[in-house]
Design a protein around this ligand. Sequence first.
Ligand code: COA
Ligand code: ZN
Length: 318
Amino acid sequence: MSTPTMSAPTMSVPDRLIVQEVAPRDGFQIEPRFIETADKVALIDALARAGFTRIEATSFVSPKAVPALRDAAEVLARITRRPGTVYVALVPNLKGAERALAAEADELNLVMSVSETHNRANMGQTCDASLDGFARIVEAARGTRASLNATVATAFGCPFEGAQAPERVLALVERYLALGIEGVTLADTTGMANPRQVHALVTRALARVPAGRLTLHFHNTRGLGLANVLAARDAGALRFDAALGGLGGCPFAPGATGNICTEDLVNMCHEMGIGTGLDLDALIGLSRGLPALIGHDVPGQVAKAGRPCQLHAPPRAA
Ligand code: COA
Ligand code: ZN
C-alpha cells in the first residue's frame, strides 16, 4: 500500500492561497532588454484586472545596479491603481525607501540576505549595515500610509556560503518584528530549498509571524518550486510570491533563474480545489504575450500545454 508523501492539510489550513505577483520586479530586473515603461504599466494593469490583491510592481534600487528598473517612479505614477490591490516596491536602503514613499508605493519590501557574502554582493554592505538602514526606513515610513514588509534573502541557502542556519534566519525575522516591520518574506533566492527543509522552517517561522503576514518566495532553479509550495502550505503558509511565465532571478547571484511560475501555481491550486481568486485564463493569455515583450521563451509550462480541461480531438481513424 502506498503512503502519502505529505500529510493531508489540517482543518486549520484554509482552502485558499494568496499569490503575490512579482514579475514586474523580480522578472524584469534580470532581463537584458529594457522593457519600455508603457509596456510595464500595461502588464501591471492587466495583472491587477486578473485579480491580484498584491503586485510587486518595481524596485527603488540604484539604477547603476539594476538599469532595467530605472523607471520605477514613472511606473508607479502611470499605473491605474485598482482598489483592493496593494502595489509593493522593493527597497534596499533609506534612499530607496524615500523614493518609494514619494512615488506612493502602498508597501515597501525591505530586502537583505541572511548570508553576509550574498548581502555584500547584492546590497554592497554588511548585514548589520542593512539592519541599521531598516531602522531608519521604519522611522521614515512612520506616519505615512505605507506598510512594511522585510525579506530574508538566501533563507534556504546561499550560492556562495551554502546552508544557512535556521536559527540565524529566525533571529533575523525576530529583529524585523522588533523593529516594527509587520510582514516577513522568506526567500529561496537561488532555488536551494527542499520540501522537508521548507516545512521545518515555515513551521518555526509561523510560531513568530501569523500566516497572514508571512510570504514564501521560491525560485524554481532546481525544479522544486511547487513541491516547496505544497510543503509550506502543509505547514500553514498562506501567501506566496510567483512570477508570470516563471520569469525572474537575482542579477547578483550566480546561476539564478526564474521564480515559481504564477500560472503553473494557480493551475495547480485550482486543480486541487484551492482558491486563489485569480482568472487563470487571463494569466495564460498574458503569459503567452511575454516572449514578444522580452524577446525570448519563458519557462512556464501551463501556458504551453494549456489547462488540463482543454482536451484535444482524438486522431481520426485511418
Ligand atoms: N536608489 C537610487 N540610487 C541609489 C540608491 C537607491 N535606492 N541607493 C544608492 N543610490 C545611488 C547613490 O546615490 C550613488 O549615486 P552616485 O554614484 O550618483 O553618487 C550610487 O547609487 C552609489 O551609492 P552607494 O550608497 O555607494 O551604494 P552602492 O554602490 O554600494 O550600492 C545599493 C548599494 C544597495 C544601492 C546597490 O547595490 C543596489 O541598488 N542594489 C540592489 C540590488 C538588487 O536590486 N538586487 C535584486 C533584488 S534583491
Ligand atoms: Zn527572487
